[in-house]
Design a protein. Sequence first.
Length: 601
Amino acid sequence: MLCLPATAWAEPVSTSTLAVHVRARALFGDPSAAASRIDPETIAQARREGTTLGAVIDRQAGARVLDEGGPLHAERVTVRGGSAAETQVVIDGVALVSPFATGLDVGLIGVESVARATLVRGGAGALYGDGALTGALTIETRTPEETPPLTLGLRAGSQDRFGLSAVVRASDLAIGADVDRTSGRFDYVSRIEGLPDAARVRENNDASLGRAHARGGWALAGGALTLLAGGVVREGGSPGLETSSDLDARERRAHGIARVAWQGPLLSGATWEIAAQGSALNIDYDDPDPDAPLSSRTTFVSGGGDTALAWRWGDHRLRIGAGGAVETSRSTEHGAPTRGRGHVVVSDELVLDDLRLFAAVRGALVDEAVVLPRIGAVWTATTGVAITAAIGRSFRAPAIDELYHPLIRGFSGNPNLVPETAWEAELGVRLWVLSIAGYARRIEDIIVYVNQNAFLVRPENLGGASAIGVEVELAEHASIGPLVLDARFAASIGASRLDASGASVPVASPYGIDAELRASLEMLSAFTRIAHGAPTTANLAGTIPVDGYTRWDAGVVWTCTPGASLGLVVTNLLDDQTLETLFKLPLPGRSMLATLRVEAG
């Protein structure tokens, strides 16, 4: 797996355990869930264009990916107006774990290793557990059989971006490595409230990293044994917020992961899987500011195992699973907390001609025990026409850092936090190329970062909150002689309310629109994309306004031979230098990236 580490601007704020697992067969999912499926061809296009997985996800209805500052910087997924921590990410059946509450950086995941992905919109706690409060991103990686014998890649672009990559497959084993770097420097316009607009340069925004991975699969005992190992080392600057830039802070990360699993037949029509995995992450952060120096060291280790049985029994598709894990963190920031996780899950899908019924229940233990049920139905009226309905409960336990972070530079943890839980009901309609989904969510004990006073921000359980919304997806494919056209449109609209204040849930975006047109003619393929986001707030406390934005991107790929392609993508064609993220981090103006890929065999 090609992994990009996250960056921090004042202290280590996020991490994740990442796993790659070559699966023999995917176990049963939830047919009633509102989902956007990212197929292998879309992923292949992203590889040729040099597009990140985060940019692909950002095009889906109901999703918004927060870019934290340009190339090689963090990209965090939010779904249906929730925070990034309320979206669970699952790679080959493994839920990713973090001691921090800023959500997974999907910039960690390189598209070179991804086969396909699904964005599950809405509470998915019954199947995916802790963290899937507003949605889940499930990713399947490429097996060695899906990987070409040799792939070479070269990337170069704005902000002095340069990278090399190589993947080699020999029989049942694939090995890859790459290096990447960027100066991160770009011009932008600062629009700090109360001050005149000012032209500035983003500095100390560089990043360089090296990555390596190996994955393989072998026949064993009538089933398939799969193994993965990977690691990444990154060093770079932490430039800080637009409102508090830092020209000296540096961050270094080392991250390793290993997983072994066996999957094979157990009974007639049944598939059994057993797996174990472990990971370790070390983060060092240094800010030599003479007025307020800060040096932090954090090590996070997690390990666990899981087992699952999937059984086709008549009209039923039954799945039973159980697992457990231990995670520990030793840090100058939050001490040395340790906690365990465990779960048991049972689901059943009943197929009755045009009607599919689904039910699942999960018992989970993270700090405290919770029960997460879900029921759903899919009625296929005719080919291409279906109606879905579902209701379920999800939860998110506070991250270790949210609980135990000491008072430091105006931020502290809160050991009194309890998990936030939510019930969500959904209704969807699929009409050939058009999909419409509506939802209503009720959250209890919602966790929100609150300004206690002018000098302290900390997470609090603020009681109840409600959210409603509608999502629309449209995709059309047409051919005019040798010209192939693909059009895609995604839109979402939503509203939320905190019971305690009547305000919207912080960082919830009230609407978003994304449209793309792609044209292919023999060896050439070109696309143009327009995205528009609503005004929202810039931080978890919801106190800094960020204007709405419109961004225009375009790109072209020349496939000179069946195994070689040259791509050029230009983002922010209008060169709007006032764009900024939800965390008040400036974004680059017009940027370009050229990608050369060669596949052999």
